[in-house]
Design a protein around this ligand. Structure first.
Ligand SMILES: O=C(O)CCC(=O)C(=O)O
Length: 254
């Protein structure tokens, strides 16, 4: 569980590193799932894969681990929907940069609230392109202007317009396999390219309060801009669906 001081850090910085370390067996399971996925999709570019558990349901299991859910609950309250998952698997050479961005810029959630769990599969150090963020950049609860990038050498094509003058404030998140951080939907974050010789793979799981509404219909207009589908399966994992969401699976009844 997150301590009071970790919750305070999340509130003031917009990101906190959890103290939880998943067991060796769970880390092994994560690695096997990724190895299998990469083998099954070896002809594709897997540096950034969105809609991961829709593509391979094995990845749903990790998002439901109580170690993770209990900490998400501490930040979002009892009513929680898991709505998304991605793979960020930077190659060991020429591993793509993730430009500085706010997640909320292109997410059809109203009111916009979400916590991302960034779960490490590989060791993440300063060398292999750790997640970086600007502490406190989430505080005014506004979406800043983004530019659309033409480059194909990035995982996402959106980048914050006025990031250069505050980049010096950036902090990095270093993780061992089976550790995770949690970050806020308005946080400015990104990651550098990887040329370290060591792969940097992690999963992101996105949770929203079930009091918010995920707008599958409105999402269609955003999909053209970002270039991938936002038609996600919503999983109610705790409490009640108070936002009138279209739930794919309810995990709270047995
Ligand atoms: O891991 C990365 O490179 C970026 C992750 C990210 O953008 C996110 O978690 O929203």
């Amino acid at each position: 569980m997150l301590s009071d001081s970790q919750i305070k850090t999340y509130n003031t910085d917009g990101l906190v590193k959890s103290s939880t370390q998943l067991s060796k067996d769970k880390v092994k399971d994560l690695n096997s799932a990724l190895d299998k996925y990469l083998e099954d999709h070896k002809d594709e570019n897997n540096e950034f894969v969105s809609g991961l558990y829709e593509r391979d349901s094995k990845f749903l299991e990790f998002a439901l681990y109580p170690e993770i859910i209990e900490e998400v609950k501490q930040l979002l309250g009892e009513d929680i929907i898991l709505w998304g998952s991605s793979l960020f698997c930077k190659k060991e050479k020429n591993g793509k940069e993730t430009p500085w961005h706010q997640d909320g810029e292109y997410w059809p959630i109203k009111p916009l609230e979400s916590v991302t769990v960034w779960l490490s599969i590989d060791e993440v150090t300063e060398e292999n392109g750790p997640l970086q963020y600007i502490p406190g950049s989430h505080l005014d609860r506004n979406l800043a202007e983004h530019n659309t990038l033409e480059s194909t050498n990035v995982t996402l094509n959106q980048t914050l317009k006025n990031i250069d003058e505050i980049k010096y404030k950036a902090k990095s998140v270093h993780l061992n396999p089976g550790m995770f951080s949690l970050h806020d939907v308005y946080l400015f974050h990104g990651s550098r390219a990887n040329n370290s010789g060591k792969r940097r793979a992690g999963l992101t799981y996105r949770y929203m309060p079930a009091t918010s509404f995920f707008d599958h219909v409105g999402a269609k207009s955003i999909e053209d801009k970002i270039g991938y589908s936002l038609q996600r399966q919503l999983h109610l994992i705790s409490g009640k669906n108070r936002g009138g969401n279209k739930i794919f699976k309810n995990h709270t009844t047995f």
